[in-house]
Design a binder for this molecule. Structure first.
Ligand SMILES: [Zn+2]
Length: 262
């Protein structure tokens, strides 16, 4: 059986309150042996860590999402630092980044928080999970302006073009795609093909972005298998190869423990 890792979900969302345990069990049965769940502010980062303590296959990322940046309290960064250091279940700083699609009014707060989160990750020697929506040029400008030459982490739900992909790959970053690659109107096949297999991760971003056949339903980590299937098709590889290499990449990046394949 193939082993997968869902490198990006939000199990703390209320969408999972009624059946979180069943969702995690279903993922396990589908071969998804490790899951990284991400907080989006201090409170949800705490909750995410609680969930990861409850379920041994779940790991936590703690961070402040760009859409929450302007709401963060003064001591938010200090709190996150303490939280990230409190448990080995915390494997990354995320979800962080820039989002000028949903939030058009707090650009300054977003830049400031993104910088703080990147520096916190550097200090704690943790990889980052980066969200970038409608800020392709701005993010590249920010990295150059703030002199981040290399960053350990992943550009999640990648929506840039091949030139953007090159920029992030040159910085040492990984790239992950969600089930949006299964949609009929998905046109960036060249970008998916361009990302070398050793930099590729799988993710669902559940409860959002369900695969095509589950459209309008809640997404969940078990569905990461459909992302792997589509990537296999696009890259001309077997699903087993995609599962094996993305599992290895994700484990290496987030320093996850080995699990035995079943
Ligand atoms: Zn997310």
């Amino acid at each position: 059986m193939n082993t997968y890792i869902d490198s990006h979900t939000h199990l703390h969302f209320k969408d999972f309150d009624d059946d979180r345990q069943a969702v995690i069990a279903r993922a396990f049965d589908a071969g998804v042996r490790q899951i990284i769940s991400l907080g989006t502010d201090v409170a949800s980062s705490k909750r995410t860590l609680e969930i990861s303590r409850e379920y041994p296959t779940v790991f936590a990322a703690t961070g402040i999402h760009p859409s929450e940046a302007h709401l963060a309290e003064k001591n938010a960064v200090t709190e996150l630092e303490a939280l990230a250091q409190s448990s080995t279940q915390v494997v990354a700083i995320g979800e962080i980044g820039l989002d000028f699609y949903w939030d058009k009014t707090h650009h300054k707060a977003q830049y400031a928080m993104f910088g703080k989160m990147l520096r916190l990750a550097e200090k704690l020697k943790l990889p980052v999970v980066i969200h970038n929506r409608s800020a392709q040029r701005e993010m590249e400008w920010f990295f150059q302006e703030e002199q981040f030459k290399t960053v350990d982490g992943v550009m999640h739900c990648f929506a840039g073009d091949v030139i953007d992909a090159r920029f992030y790959l040159d910085m040492g970053l990984h790239i992950s795609f969600t089930a949006n690659i299964t949609y009929q109107n998905f046109s960036a096949l060249d970008v998916v093909r361009y990302v070398p297999l050793d930099r590729l991760l799988l993710e669902t971003d559940s409860p959002y972005i369900p695969p095509r056949q589950f459209r309008k339903q809640r997404n969940e980590p078990a569905h990461v298998v459909h992302v792997a299937e589509k990537l296999a098709e696009i890259h001309g590889k077997s699903v087993a190869e995609i599962a094996a290499i993305t599992t290895e990449n994700t484990r290496r990046l987030f320093r996850l423990p080995e699990v035995l394949a079943v």
